[in-house]
Write a new protein. Structure first.
Length: 221
């Protein structure tokens, strides 16, 4: 798989709390130059990035990030505001506590509410795999498929761990092509990226893909 093919699956990401406009602007410049799938940024920067990019690259933002523990109404309002500001894609975090309580109806309704709010846009659902057991992960595969979302995503990158190969294998086995798959968090090498894609990932969330691929390319010369 070529550098271009890998980057076409990358959500070039900057979600650090202390990231300012110069870092976001650099992210935009890199994404436009290397033709990544999107940039993924906090909602406060969406409008400014939209104006700056002028349609060159889709803009992804987060909803209920990083804990997922806000109300469905708050998530919907957040998503609607980001949609108005120009977001093209949305990565929302499920209500993990409700899932742990066995309240799967709430978890489904929470996703559906955001799905309706951003109808026609790409919705990715972060289930935070590092906090779930195998049964909960399998349950979430079915819930995300039922919700009408476009992707199931492993991780925020802000919890106890990120994506694992075994979680992507579980996703692929359980969703059976009904939704797409995104791995995020802890992607540290070109080999990681290639393996995640080979296991079934349509997207990768990482801040380091361009750097890693450029370093690999430089070593080849």
């Amino acid at each position: 798989m070529t550098k271009t093919e890998i980057l076409a699956r990358v959500d070039h990401t900057m979600l650090k709390a202390d990231a300012g406009w110069q870092q976001i602007k650099l992210l935009c410049d890199e994404a436009a130059q290397y033709k990544t799938a999107s940039i993924c940024i906090n909602a406060v920067w969406v409008e400014q990035a939209k104006d700056y990019l002028a349609g060159a690259i889709p803009i992804c933002t987060t909803v209920g990030f990083p804990l997922g523990a806000t109300s469905s109404r708050a998530k919907v309002e957040e998503a609607v505001q980001a949609l108005s500001d120009g977001a093209d894609e949305f990565d929302m975090v499920i209500n993990i506590g409700r899932l742990k309580d066995g309240d799967t109806r709430y978890v489904l309704d929470d996703i559906v509410a955001v799905r309706k709010a951003v109808e026609g846009k790409v919705l990715k659902v972060i289930i935070e795999t590092c906090l779930l057991n195998e049964e909960e992960k399998e349950t979430m595969c079915d819930i995300v498929c039922e919700s009408g979302a476009d992707f199931i995503k492993t991780s925020t990158g802000f919890s106890t761990a990120g994506a694992t190969f075994s979680d992507i294998e579980l996703f692929a086995r359980c969703v059976r092509g009904r939704v797409k798959i995104k791995a995020a968090g802890g992607i540290r090498s070109v080999e990681d990226m290639r393996r995640y894609i080979s296991l079934g990932c349509d997207r990768l969330g990482t801040s380091s893909a361009i750097r890693l691929l450029n370093e690999m390319e430089a070593q080849d010369y």
